[in-house]
Design a protein around this ligand. Structure first.
Ligand code: SAM
Ligand code: ZN
Length: 271
């Protein structure tokens, strides 16, 4: 399923390294990740999430605040029961870990090395025996073979349409999650003078006509956040650099902040 990012031929796991027919070799770390992000594909403007952002997301998600979304993704995957899944922009693997319980083979891919290292360490024991590979790589040039994936997933992450069409089998699916219009509205009201509702439906248009929407779910739930949760939530979203410092500082002093998380989950079929 994985291909060499240099010559694009299949990679085969030999001992502790992935090797292609031209002898390009990529070591598998002891925690189970491989770096397929070669210098030729690096774009200094996009190194993915920072270490602070990854650690904040790890702490916030471990608090269970987005567990309803994780549960919903598990239910959907259990109905689809795919063979192979590719999670694009998997971050530190919170949702990827659930995919591994409902499929034969999972690849979690992210451009941020620190996210992939965190994922491989966090889920090493929990997912031992599951066929999951953590890959540092870019969605812009996926190191994945053509027609080899049953479901691409992308949760709040890039949607490289051409690349996804290439790696998906002819009857493949795309499962994605994105913020619903009212997501974290009360929080955004505190951070910005004007709050623009999220526009999830734009993805339906952008992905058409090659991807056809076949199902959708709305998930929303109330949360009560303390100062640490609020700090983590700000650091794991673009609000960290978009909002003014005084507004962020004021919000971080709250310890009993009520806010609603709201998501749209879309299932597309490759046409
Ligand atoms: C908002 S985070 C979502 C992470 C994870 N899916 C989750 O929901 O917890 C977006 C992720 O996309 C990754 N990313 C950004 N650009 C990317 C690219 N071109 N290729 C692969 N991953 C990318 C970031 O490093 C980050 O981990
Ligand atoms: Zn090669």
């Amino acid at each position: 399923m994985l291909i060499c990012p240099i010559c694009h031929t299949d990679l085969v796991l030999c001992g502790k390294s992935y090797i292609c027919q031209h002898r390009h070799s990529y070591d598998l770390s002891k925690d189970g990740y491989v770096n397929l992000h070669v210098v030729q594909h690096k774009n200094s403007h996009n190194a993915g999430d920072t270490t602070v952002s990854v650690q904040s997301r790890r702490r916030f998600l471990a608090g269970g605040f987005y567990a309803p979304l994780q549960d919903k993704i598990g239910q959907i995957m259990s109905d689809l029961s795919p063979d192979t899944v590719l999670d694009i922009g998997c971050g530190e693997g919170y949702y990827t870990s659930v995919l591994a319980h409902h499929s034969r083979r999972v690849i979690g891919l992210d451009i941020a090395k620190t996210a992939i290292i965190t994922a491989s360490k966090t889920y090493k024991n929990q997912l031992s025996g599951k066929n999951i590979t953590w890959v540092v790589g870019t969605g812009a040039i996926l190191p994945v073979a053509q027609n080899s994936v049953d479901i691409c997933t992308s949760f709040f992450s890039p949607l490289p349409k051409g690349q996804m069409l290439n790696v998906l089998k002819s009857d493949g699916y795309l499962l994605m999650a994105t913020p619903a219009p009212q997501h974290l509205y009360a929080m955004r009201q505190r951070l910005f003078d004007r709050v623009n509702p999220h526009n999830p439906t734009k993805f339906i248009n952008e992905l058409a006509p090659e991807f056809r929407l076949i199902n959708e779910w709305q998930i929303s739930h109330a949360m009560i956040l303390d100062s640490q949760n609020l700090t983590d939530l700000m650091n794991m979203t673009p609000y960290a650099y978009k909002a003014k410092l005084d507004k962020k500082t004021a919000l971080k002093s709250e310890n009993n902040f009520h806010v609603t998380a709201a998501f749209c989950v879309y299932l597309f079929k490759k046409v």
